[in-house]
Design a binder for this molecule. Sequence first.
Ligand code: GLN
Length: 312
Amino acid sequence: YSYEWEQLQTKLPQWVEESRKQHVHGQVAAYIPELSKAPKEALGITIMDGRGHTITSGDCGCIFTLQSISKVFTLILALMDNGERLVFSKVGMEPTGDRFNSMLKLELVEPGIPFNPFINAGAIAVSSLIAGNSIEERYARILQFFRLLAHNDRMDFDQGVYESESATGHLNRSLAYFLMEKGILRGKVEDVLEVYFRHCAVNATCADLARMGLVLAYNGYDPIRNEQLIPRRYVQIAKTFMTTCGMYDASGHFAIQVGLPAKSGVSGGILTMVPGRYGIGVVGPALNRMGNSTTGVHLLETLSGELDWSMF
Ligand code: GLN
């Protein structure tokens, strides 16, 4: 084992407990009522290397929903299904500096084209591009892809969270109708939303995120199975979006303080990686104003600072 790995093993528990204190500065997401049940003080992390060895610390047994983290993988699947040209005729490549559910800048890139695939409008457009003849088939393909990358056949969506979001997702519904009016969506609005709400509600653990992140860290190659699972180019695109838009309107701050590609979700999960080395999954349900995990971001800032992980 490397010196760094040993350092992680000895210091991680202490860093986690230090970062856990940051939960007092956050709130658990409540706009999806079911998410408000999450334990506010929880913080867990799993780090996985290219041989599949893991270091875990804190509440890594937590099960949470992927939420916006799923958008990284639906984007990749949409690229694999349709190619770059088609996908980027429906969604832009630019950060917004706005909230994830913003409607403000919907029209600015091109008429009706969402700025990027990680704001909700962009992610809903991307969901409509997943190949399949029915809602069931499209969702099944997405789930199969998540399971392949996480190497976990038990992954599936949480019915309670799905229903909770579907019943209260009026803003997402209005974004989707707007996109439909602009000719951006493929298929029926309610079908697209059902696929979107389901993939946001897929359950995961820190270990699942770390395993999925590992494949991105190795540019689409799974170093444990010895198999290329995603074309390198599409991982490059996904990691670039993670760097520029992955933490919403805090992406610039995160790039400076941590300097790693990452994607957060409102359940408090963060998927990140040290390129070429580790996949990392973090969960801490208390969120800051930007919708990112307060404890998770603090922990990643500590790790990157202590271990000099910034790519920049
Ligand atoms: N399902 C959530 C929503 O659409 C995802 C948002 C998030 O994780 N930031 O509102």
